[in-house]
Structure formats: C-alpha cells, structure tokens
Design a binder for this molecule. Structure first.
Ligand code: CU
Length: 495
C-alpha cells in the first residue's frame, strides 16, 4: 500500500469507480467485472491510514457514541421496510454535544458493503469528513472506525453515509451542537427529520440510480418533469417515491408531539432526502425562523418555508389549543404530504391528506433571510473567484460541475488564508442544493450563513468563505442521484 500523498493521475478506472457504489455496481453488471464496487467505490488511487485519535485537552468534555449501520427492517407505520439503518431505526439516533467538545464516534459496519459517515455542515478536521476516496477508505464490512473531531459551531446538523446513494436508505441521524451561552427561551425542543422513502417498499436506491444512468431519467419511469415550471424551484426531482416520512413515519400513522397550549417550542427541521424539496408548515400557526444550517438569522416570521436536501432550519412556534398537522409537502411531486401531529388539547386529527392553508400562501426561502449580526462573515473583498458551473440534464442523466463529471473535472484550487468566492452558476433546468464540506459560506447577496443552499435553474449565487481548513474537500449537489452521477468537485489546498 502506497503511503504517498501525491495525487495519482486519473484513469478511466478511477473515474468510473469515483462514481461510487451505484454506478460502479452498474458498471460491474455491464462488464461482469465485479471490481471493487462491494467496497463502495473507494479506489481513487489514494491510500489512507487508520484515523488519528484525538484526546481531550484539560477542561474539554468528551462525548462518545457508537453507530451500528446494519441491515434491518423498519416500521414506517404499518409498512415494514427492509433497509439499512443506524441502530435499527429511522431516523438514526440524535447525537448531542456542545460546541468545543471532543466527539469520539465509533462506527461498527454491519453492512454487506463499505460505508462512511459524513458530519454534514460541521467545520471539522479533514480526516473525519467521511468522504470515501478523498478523506478515508470506506469502512469495510465488519470493520470499526472512529471519527474524532471537535465541532466549533453550535447548531442543527445531521450525519449520513457518503458512499454511493446509501443516504437514500435509512443511513442518517441528527447531530445537535448546543451553544452553552444560548439563553434558549423555549419550553420544549423537537427534532423533525424529513425523508423520501423507497427502500424495501419500492426499488432500491442502487437500482434507481442504475436505471437513471442507463436509460436517462425521462425513460426510467421515475416521474421526471412532474411540477415542471412551478415557481420557485422548477422541476420537482427525478424520483417518485412510494412514501414521504416525518421522523420515519408515513402520514397515516404519524408521530404525535404532545405539549401544552401557549408553550414555545423550538423545532429543528432536517431534510435528509435524496431527491425531494419540501414545503413545511404547522397548520394554524406562524413559524419564527431563528437559524438555518446552524447559524442564527434575524428572526423572521412565516407561514411556511422551503427545505432543500441537506438544509436545516430552526423555527420557534407558540402553540395554540387543539390538534394540528406539521406537514411537509414534497415540492413538484404528486403525493400525500408527510406529516407529524402536534397535540395540545382535545380533538380529532385532520385527515391524513389535509393541506394547511399556510401552504397556499407565501413560502419562505433563504432569500427572505438575513444573518444575525453575530454570525456575519467579516467584510472583506474576495481574493479569488472560482467558477462552479452546474450542468447536465435528464436526457442522458449526466450531471456535471465545470463541464465534466466528478473525477474528470479539475479540482478547485484554494489558497490558505484567502477569502474565496465560489460563483455557482446553475446552467441546468433543475434546482440543485449545493453543499460545501469543511467550511461554511456567506451568501454575497445577503450575508446569510449556510453550508447548503438551493440554487434555482439558471441562477447564479456567489458564496464567500475563508479558506482556513486545509485538506481535500468535496463540494457537490445534495441530490444524491445528481451527486453520484457526477455533480461533485474536489476542493484542494495549494501546498
Ligand atoms: Cu442536483
């Protein structure tokens, strides 16, 4: 095994395996060359040693947890779904720590294939970022790997597999980083995780990806184009799912949150979907948005908000008296919305397919928000501007950044210490949730701090960040199918 840190020249093999488990599996099916796809497409020509452990420094709190990704059968609410999950349930566990704590998270891989865990939104040390072929080799079946890192920023985050389209199984959970100095000001806190679901009840995510890549999305029968032209996001995803879930439950068997009228509740909303943007509302209530992607915003009231794949929003709501649906309506897809129920009094729940009137009004997007002053990126001119052109379409299911798929496109070069601007230009006809690893950015337009942002079709967004975290990082579309089909790029620091 080579210990060289040098880049290995890209070969056709590297490019193909760089597509990950699903596409590599497809390749194997076509060529009868099983290659290394069982390990999650890790053969990018780089080699990785074991993770470097960290020990707590004096005064630092140590938080440990264990994740057990394994095959299991989950109950979606009367629907049994064989799938892969952390600890036998979806969503996976909530891992909770405070900013500055040392986390040591042990992953015991009970899956029949390689896996990794990515700590989405956390500005962490590169080797703990969980990207196969870029920051580590996949964790082999039966093997154990420990992620040691210190989250610097409080907020609502989540974690998920970064191998292939494993995120579209049940391999996700929530990571809450508390701010010891935050006053709080609410009576209860709920974590609400949204998901689009097929595994075990419809096709597997790997089969869907293989069909999309082989046939072009328009011929794969996955509902391409539904909702085309709807504002503000254009087409509503590539995949039609049998079910949409709130905290792992279908709308006909929802989770019920109990509270008292007049209580103030903080709701941490996480979109763990592979392919679905949701509009979220709590019937009969106004929501006050307080954070997005962990960062405080200037509080903004709304009736409903959009939540893209990989995005998180925190809202505070003062509860009325009765039974109310907390609804997540898939954007641009014909489906029964996902929901939970909020019960503060007597009464019957609304019908499973009821749509709160709030969803018919204005729906908030990131463009309606401004950052809290305390989290603004210090004002500074960009030292470098790097183009990130999102391209491709459903026709041949080729999704690209800067004109080529991941592995064929040229890594973006960062210079340590520079204020860097990513000029994200969406030249495709779909909205893409653009996600940056290892750093968080400020939208140049508003200063809003985020790590994942919805970029509308034909829109340009300038995203500013300080290149202050050395390593090899990924930036990609958080539509799992787009990412695996090539809409990813590496960010590399100059020596
Ligand atoms: Cu995309």
């Amino acid at each position: 095994m080579s210990t060289s840190a040098e880049r290995t020249p890209l070969t056709r093999r590297t490019v193909l395996t760089g597509l990950g488990l699903g596409a590599a599996g497809l390749l194997a099916a076509c060529t009868n060359n099983s290659g290394d796809h069982d390990m999650g497409g890790h053969d990018t020509g780089r080699s990785f040693g074991p993770p470097t452990p960290l020990q707590p420094v004096p005064g630092q709190r140590l938080v440990t947890a264990t994740l057990n990704p394994a095959p299991t059968t989950v109950d979606l609410g009367g629907i049994q779904a064989p799938t892969w999950a952390y600890g036998g349930a979806i969503p996976g566990p909530v891992i909770r720590a405070s900013a500055g704590d040392l986390l040591q998270i042990t992953v015991r891989n009970g899956l029949p294939t390689g896996t990794t865990v990515h700590w989405h939104g956390i500005r962490l040390r590169n080797e703990a970022d969980g990207v196969p072929g870029l920051t580590q080799a996949p964790i082999a079946p039966g093997a154990t790997y420990r992620y040691d890192f210190v989250p610097p920023d409080p907020g609502t985050y989540f974690f998920h597999s970064h191998v292939g389209v494993q995120i579209d199984r049940g391999l996700y959970g929530t990571l809450v980083i508390d701010d010891p100095r935050e006053p709080g000001g609410y009576d209860a806190e709920w974590v609400v995780v949204l998901d689009d679901w097929t595994d075990g009840v419809g096709k597997t995510p790997d089969d869907i990806l293989a069909e999309l890549v082989a046939g072009g999305g328009g011929h794969a029968g996955h509902g391409m184009g539904m909702g085309m032209g709807d504002p503000p996001w254009g087409m509503g995803g590539d995949v039609t799912y049998p079910d949409y879930l709130v905290n792992g439950r279908v709308a006909t068997a929802p989770e019920t949150f109990a509270a008292k009228p007049g209580q103030r509740v903080r709701i941490r909303l996480v979109n763990a979907c592979a392919d679905t943007i949701f509009a979220v509302a709590l019937g009969g209530h106004r929501l006050t948005v307080t954070h997005t992607d962990g960062y405080a915003v200037q509080p903004r009231e709304c009736g409903a908000l959009y939540l893209g794949m990989g995005e998180r929003y925190d809202v505070v709501v003062t509860l009325a008296d009765g039974v109310f649906p907390l609804v997540a309506a898939p954007f641009g897809k014909l489906a029964i919305p996902a929901r939970a129920l909020v019960r503060t009094g007597s009464g019957d729940p609304p019908a499973a397919n009821a749509r709160p009137t709030e969803l018919a009004g204005e729906i908030l997007t990131h463009a309606d928000l401004a950052p809290a002053d305390a989290v603004r990126l210090p004002s500074k001119a960009a030292d470098s501007v790097l183009p990130v052109v999102l391209g491709g379409g459903m026709g041949n299911y080729a999704w690209t950044i800067n004109g080529a798929a991941y592995g064929k496109n040229t890594p973006l070069q960062l210079t340590a210490g520079q204020r860097t601007r990513l000029r994200v230009v969406n030249q495709s006809m779909m909205t893409h949730p653009f996600h940056l690893h290892g750093h968080t950015f400020a939208l140049a337009s508003t200063g809003l701090r985020k790590d994942t942002v919805l970029v509308r079709h034909m829109e340009t967004l300038d995203l500013d960040f300080d290149a202050d975290n050395r390593g090899s990082w990924m930036a990609h579309c958080h539509n799992a199918y787009h990412g695996e089909a090539g809409m990813m790029i590496e960010l590399a620091y100059r020596a």
